[in-house]
Design a protein around this ligand. Structure first.
Ligand code: PLP
Length: 388
């Protein structure tokens, strides 16, 4: 659906995406593949456009977390192999095969179900075996207590009809943290990964694609990558590691000052009266609230960026609006565009103030916020996810 609204929007800078892709690719060396993680609508950036761009840039694989997301990409003309990282009910096996999706396989039970359904559908489902080396989420457990049992199970899984096992992977829990204990844990996870790969190889079970490097490992442990990197958040230029690498934020969440008002000292602002003016104040009203994804926990904490300086958010963020302090920015007024997050106003910093991670803030940018795709400084597409 097209949107002509200019209320609040997310500018998606495809040039920044290209810059980040090339910078990461340069780090990865010539042999490894690049899997772009585009789950959750590309962390809120818009999965179809981001995926098409990554495909054009030369990425070899994509990953999502529900079969519906994969089908959206196929409808959008994306032809790359797509790995479904998450849980899929076995009765969707036919859809997985039809969409040419590669499914993570996390247990012998799940594998048997997929196998049975694939055979019934008369097809073969491409699969990557998921190893749990310490994330304690999906996967065959590879700690000492479960190692031998998992080894036997994986050998049996790889011989099941209806499955074409192409790859194997694991996921790190603390690869983005540099404390000694986190580094040791990542090493341990990687040792377990390699141990399972080599015991499987002794049994004649080999994989054409082994992968484990999320963003944290892409930056801090590139030597662990094996055949493919699997970065998500840094591709979007977000996170402390992205800043350190000179990557550029792809999303700028923007809005327009809709009204400006003057208030006497001792006036309270918004629900709950949590902010009280201490001086004669000039206050701007913005058409963005928590229903657009600006978390209410940022009330009285976050600020927006303007050409003339930053303007703090005053009082509670409402569902559809919030107020900002323009007293010290006399040149800023109605109709001026402000940046809520983006290159001038780091979403990482907003996440810290909100007590969460930047992933959650970009994923929260809601469906009523149009995404406007920019290339070479001009708009190339816009998208609104509201029902037509
Ligand atoms: C989300 C996810 C990634 C990407 O993680 P980032 O921290 O965004 O790089 C990689 N692998 C798996 C299995 C994931 O679920």
């Amino acid at each position: 659906m097209e949107s002509t609204l200019k209320r609040t929007w997310a500018e998606i800078d495809l040039d920044a995406l290209g810059h980040n892709y090339r910078a990461l690719r340069a780090q990865m060396g010539p042999r490894a593949r690049f899997l772009g993680v585009v789950k959750a609508d590309s962390y809120g950036h818009g999965a179809v456009h981001i995926s098409r761009e990554l495909e054009a840039l030369g990425a070899e694989y994509l990953a999502i977390s529900s079969v519906d997301e994969a089908q959206e990409l196929r409808r959008g003309g994306v032809g790359l192999p797509i790995l479904q990282l998450g849980l899929t009910p076995a009765d969707q096996t036919g859809a997985v095969i039809k969409s040419g999706v590669t499914q993570a396989v996390w247990s012998e039970r799940a594998a048997e179900d997929f196998s049975r359904e694939a055979v019934a559908a008369g097809g073969r489902m491409r699969a990557h075996i998921k190893l749990d080396t310490g994330m304690s989420r999906l996967g065959f457990q590879c700690d000492e207590a479960h190692f031998d049992r998992s080894l036997e199970e994986i050998c049996r899984v790889c011989a099941l009809p209806g499955l074409e096992v192409e790859g194997v992977f694991t996921h790190f829990a603390v690869s983005d943290e540099d404390q000694e204990s986190s580094r040791a844990y990542t090493q341990l996870q990687h040792q377990r990964f390699e141990a399972m790969l080599s015991r499987l190889a002794e049994r004649g079970v080999r994989f054409s694609i082994c992968h484990c490097a999320n963003s944290g490992a892409t930056v801090s442990y590139p030597q662990f990558a094996h055949d493919m990197f699997r970065p998500g958040i840094i591709t979007y230029g977000i996170g402390d590691q992205a800043e350190a690498l000179g990557l550029r934020p792809v999303m700028s969440l923007k809005t327009v000052i809709g009204a400006v008002k003057d208030f006497a000292p001792d006036t309270t602002i918004s629900y709950g009266r949590t902010f009280r003016t201490g001086r004669p104040s000039r206050v701007g009203v913005l058409p963005i609230g928590y229903a657009d994804g600006l978390h209410r926990v940022l009330s009285n904490r976050w600020r927006v960026w303007t050409e003339a300086g930053t303007a703090p958010i005053l009082g509670r963020i409402c569902m559809d609006m919030c107020m900002i302090d323009l007293t010290d920015l006399p040149g800023v007024g109605e109709g001026d565009v402000v940046e809520v997050y983006g290159p001038h106003n780091s979403v990482n910093e907003a996440a810290r103030l909100a007590g969460t991670i930047s992933y959650e803030l970009t994923c929260a940018v809601s469906k009523r916020v149009p995404r406007i795709y920019m290339k070479n400084g001009v708009e190339v597409a816009r998208e609104l996810l509201l029902r037509a």
